[in-house]
Design a protein around this ligand. Structure first.
Ligand code: AMP
Ligand code: ZN
Ligand code: FE
Ligand code: FE
Length: 278
C-alpha cells in the first residue's frame, strides 16, 4: 500500500499556477498523493471545480488558501486551512483582494507603458488560461517574456516588477491580524507560510507572537535538516505543523508536486476529521 501523503501547498490557473483545478487533482492522484490542498493566492475559486474532481478521483481535498498580508510594510504569506468554503467572511476578503489586484495590475501596466513596454489585455490573456480570479505579477512577467521585453521570467522581477524595482507597486494589503481573524471566523486555521523564506529575523520574531494555529515546517525543496528549526517551534508552541511543495506547474519547474507533504495524522488534525476522538 502506498503511504498516505498530502501536499498542502499548491497553485492552479485560478492564481499563478499552470494546471487547472481538475488537472491538478488528476496530477495529484497520478503522483500517488492521497490528500491535497489547493492554496491559490487570495482566492478559493478553484474549489468549484476541484471538489467534484476530488470526489470522482477518490482523493481527500482540504479547503485551503494563501492570503497575502502585510506587517510593518513587509509582505507575509498566510495559509488558511479547513475553513467553510461558503464562509461569507472568507469570500469577502477574497473579493477585496481581487479588487486590489485589478487596480495594482493597472498601475503596474501604466509604469511599464512609460518604460516603453506596453502590454494590452490580449498579451495577458495569452499567458493565462481564462480569467484567473487572482491576477499576479508572475502573469505580468510571463507576458513580458512573450513580448521580448525581457529574456527571462526572473529578469522581469529583477529589473522591473520585483520588490523595490522601478515598476514595483506596493499596494495596501490587509493586516496579519485581520487575515488571521477572517480565517478563524470562517472556521479555519491560520498558518505561517514558508518561514524558510523570511529573511528579516525581526519580522519572524514578531510573527511568532501572533495568534497563528500552525507553521509550514515542510516546504518546497528544503531538506529535513532545513526544516528542523520550524518543527521545533511547532512543538514548543503546540502549533499544527503543515507542509507542501508550493507547486505552480511550469512557471516553477524545479518544484514538483508532492516534493513536500504531511502524513495522515497531520492531515486529519487540520481537517478536523478526527475531532470526535478528542
Ligand atoms: P503577487 O502575489 O502577484 O505579488 O506575486 C507574488 C509572486 O511572484 C510570488 O509568490 C512569487 O512566486 C513571485 N515573485 C515575487 N517576487 C519575485 C522575485 N523577486 N523573483 C521571482 N519571483 C518572484
Ligand atoms: Zn504563486
Ligand atoms: Fe507564498
Ligand atoms: Fe504559494
Amino acid at each position: 500500500m502506498t503511504p498516505f501523503r498530502a501536499d498542502l501547498h499548491t497553485h492552479t490557473t485560478c492564481s499563478d499556477g499552470t494546471y487547472s483545478p481538475i488537472e491538478l487533482v488528476e496530477l495529484a492522484v497520478a503522483s500517488g498523493l492521497s490528500g491535497l490542498s489547493i492554496t491559490d493566492h487570495d482566492t478559493i475559486a478553484a474549489y468549484a471545480e476541484a471538489v467534484p474532481a476530488a470526489l470522482k478521483n477518490n482523493i481527500l481535498l482540504l479547503p485551503g488558501v494563501e492570503f497575502s498580508a502585510a506587517h510593518q510594510n513587509e509582505t507575509v504569506h498566510i495559509l488558511g486551512y479547513g475553513f467553510n468554503l461558503n464562509s461569507p467572511d472568507i469570500q469577502s476578503l477574497c473579493n477585496k483582494h481581487q479588487e486590489r489586484r485589478t487596480k495594482r495590475l493597472q498601475a503596474i501596466l501604466e509604469l511599464l507603458h512609460k518604460k516603453r513596454m506596453p502590454l494590452d489585455p490580449s498579451d495577458l490573456a495569452s499567458v493565462t488560461s481564462g480569467h484567473p480570479a487572482s491576477i499576479g505579477r508572475p502573469h505580468i512577467a510571463l507576458a513580458m517574456v512573450a513580448k521580448g521585453y525581457v529574456s527571462s521570467f526572473q529578469q522581469a522581477f529583477d529589473l522591473y516588477i520585483g520588490e523595490g524595482a522601478c515598476c514595483y507597486i506596493r499596494d495596501p494589503l490587509f493586516s496579519v491580524e485581520e487575515t488571521i481573524a477572517t480565517l478563524h471566523q470562517g472556521g479555519g486555521v491560520a498558518v505561517i507560510a514558508h518561514p524558510h523564506l523570511i529573511k528579516n529575523p525581526r519580522l519572524l520574531e514578531q510573527l511568532l507572537l501572533f495568534n497563528f494555529d500552525g507553521i509550514e515546517g515542510y516546504y518546497g525543496n528544503f531538506s529535513l535538516l532545513d526544516n528542523q528549526r520550524w518543527l521545533k517551534i511547532a512543538h514548543q508552541k503546540k502549533w499544527l505543523l503543515t507542509g507542501g511543495s508550493d507547486f505552480h506547474g511550469k512557471i516553477k519547474p524545479t518544484l514538483p508536486l508532492g516534493r513536500s507533504w504531511v502524513n495522515r495524522e497531520r492531515f486529519d488534525l487540520l481537517s478536523g476529521y478526527h475531532a470526535h476522538l478528542h
